[in-house]
Design a protein around this ligand. Structure first.
Ligand code: ADP
Ligand code: MG
Length: 238
């Protein structure tokens, strides 16, 4: 039996701005097993990013329980959440979020600098991570010298270089053309199958969700469906 990596029970997130009150998540209960590949879908404003921010320990739930591995996130201090985030979780964003005018390899080394890894090991692990996303030979290109798809591959290498247990991607193909989007999803699919990492991808494109094994759909802060599917897209064998 695979163990749950994430367990949310009656999870609420309420934003209060002055006298405005937004119930962004309204009692979400679900669990995600270690090694699962999950798509999170739903219309704009349905709570997808809010849910991802909680999973990623970037924000605190209002109430309910959220367990990540052995940690109860609702009870964790900001420092504890930062610690969990840097050790266990990798993030990929729609806008890549690379440091401009800085080489691909230095971008990928950054999480290792914070983790106190030696310079020699930083370089060898960053090189290996870039190779794993098909960017061997591009180590010294800066973001502006790379295509959007290549920049997103650098961001994936950076997210994985610390060997996290959970990889969260919020609309990772939102700024990419169809061909690059397919390449990015093939990379996610291959890395997930090879490393057994748990993968959660927010998308509003049905086509992108077909690369993943399970689709959770949000509406108005609630889960309205949660379906396992056979990932119909299988990459051409390498
Ligand atoms: P999605 O990612 O599905 O588009 P979000 O999680 O970003 O949805 O937003 C869910 C709801 O919460 C929306 O109504 C949004 O306006 C609101 N919301 C999100 N973040 C904040 C915030 N920091 N402060 C106030 N309201 C927010
Ligand atoms: Mg969003």
């Amino acid at each position: 039996m695979p163990a749950p990596l994430v367990e949310a029970r009656d999870l609420w997130k309420v934003y209060e701005l002055g006298d405005m009150r937004v119930e962004a998540l309204r009692g979400v209960t679900l669990s995600i097993d270690a090694g699962e590949a999950v798509a999170v879908m739903g219309a704009s404003g349905s709570g997808k990013s809010t849910f991802m921010n909680l999973l990623g320990c970037l924000d605190q739930p209002t109430r309910g329980s959220l367990r990540f591995a052995e940690h109860e996130i609702l009870e964790a201090s900001a420092d504890e959440r930062a610690e969990i985030r840097s050790r266990e979780i990798g993030f990929v964003f729609q806008s890549f979020n690379l440091i401009p005018r800085t080489s691909a390899i230095e971008n990928v080394e950054l999480p290792l600098v914070y983790a106190g890894v030696s310079a020699v090991e930083q370089e060898s692990r960053a090189r290996e991570a870039l190779r794993a996303v098909g960017l061997a030979g591009r180590e010294h290109h800066t973001p502006s010298q790379l295509s959007g798809g290549q920049q997103q591959r650098v961001a994936i290498a950076r997210a994985l270089v610390n060997r996290p247990r959970l990889l969260l991607a919020d609309e990772p193909t939102g700024n990419l053309d169809t061909r690059s989007s397919q390449e990015i999803m093939e990379i996610f699919q291959r890395l997930q199958r090879e490393s057994g990492i748990t993968l959660v991808v927010v998308t509003h494109e049905r086509d992108i969700a077909t690369y993943l094994d399970r689709v959770i759909t949000f509406r108005d802060g609630e889960v309205i469906s949660d379906l396992r599917q056979t990932a119909v897209r299988v990459e051409a064998s390498a």
